[in-house]
Write a protein that binds this ligand. Structure first.
Ligand code: SF4
Length: 291
């Protein structure tokens, strides 16, 4: 089996030190929508300058390089054990080269491992087998801690808001989560929302939708219209970039649905900060590309 450690290291470097073009473009659009000279406009200008400098100098976009979450789609014949060990080796090397801050802290003994590796669960790696003729792909998201802290899960019905088990109820709790987050999730955010599942699968799905490009909509028109409505209404809350007020609180909302038990109805919201670090590596024989 190919050793991809070096290529995975490049995936991590790219993810940490540059934003995907679609995200940067959306931030630039947001800047044109804010009042020139306003705190919101200055916050977006600072963010965009920071992105440019990080790209030029190959330094992390944010001091918090986040939780590394990998999704690996591998054709039959690849060893997941070897892929996992290559990902872990690449991450330790990326930490040594300061593309990543050491972020893995043992929660029981409060000790930082120093290399971003912790037990079997840090980094988080998900494997999925695909058809033999498909390329191997490795996707990575670096999920910041501040925005993770303002994520939320609601068990419906949620009586404090009179939110029931339907899309109207979902709208109420998602807006509630954005309102409670204020600027603490490093707005403007991208909302990953999962409806249904159990508590665990619901949160996992709310992060999986964040791997989709900006502008990717749920194919169900009822859900699409809720996605668009939520983005529009969140932007009327006046929270703005980094909580300084303004028109841009949320860049996009992505919703997915899961089957659920009749007894449970969860709505999980993963808030992704403006540092929407998301990359994909594609391996086709000896050719490796990144997007
Ligand atoms: S939430 Fe995002 S932008 Fe804010 S400090 Fe964390 S990684 Fe950086």
């Amino acid at each position: 089996m190919q050793d991809l450690t070096h290529e995975i290291l490049e995936l991590i470097r790219l993810t940490s030190t540059d934003l995907p073009a679609d995200v940067e473009l959306r931030l630039k659009q947001a800047l044109t929508e804010e009042e020139p000279g306003s705190a919101a406009s200055e916050a977006l200008e600072t963010i965009l300058k920071n992105v440019e400098l990080s790209r030029l100098n190959s330094t992390p976009i944010c001091q918090d390089t986040g939780t590394p979450i990998f999704y690996v789609h591998y054709p039959e014949g690849w060893s997941t054990r070897q892929l996992k060990s290559q990902i872990r080796a690449a991450l330790a090397e990326a930490t040594k080269r300061s593309f990543m801050r050491p972020n893995a802290v043992d929660a029981i003994y409060d000790k930082n491992s120093g290399n971003n590796l912790g037990g079997e669960d840090f980094p988080s790696i998900h494997f999925e087998e695909v058809d033999k003729d498909q390329p191997l792909t490795i996707q990575l998201i670096l999920k910041g801690g501040g925005c993770e802290n303002v994520g939320a899960q609601y068990s419906m019905p949620y009586n404090p808001l009179g939110a029931g088990r339907d899309l109207r109820g979902v709208r109420k709790v998602v807006l509630d989560a954005v309102y409670k987050a204020q600027g603490q999730g490093c707005a403007p955010g991208i909302l990953g929302v999962a409806i249904g599942g159990d508590r665990g699968s619901s949160y996992i799905k709310s992060k999986e939708v964040l791997f989709e490009k900006m502008g990717t909509r749920n194919p169900d028109p009822n859900v699409t219209s809720l996605e668009e409505r939520l983005t529009r209404e969140a932007n009327q809350l006046g929270i703005g970039p980094m909580g300084f007020g303004g028109k841009t609180t949320v860049l996009e909302t992505k919703i997915t649905g899961l089957h659920r038990l009749p007894a449970s109805y969860f709505v999980s919201i993963s808030y992704m900060c403006w540092a929407y670090r998301r990359r994909k590596m594609i391996v086709n024989g000896n050719q490796v590309s990144y997007e």
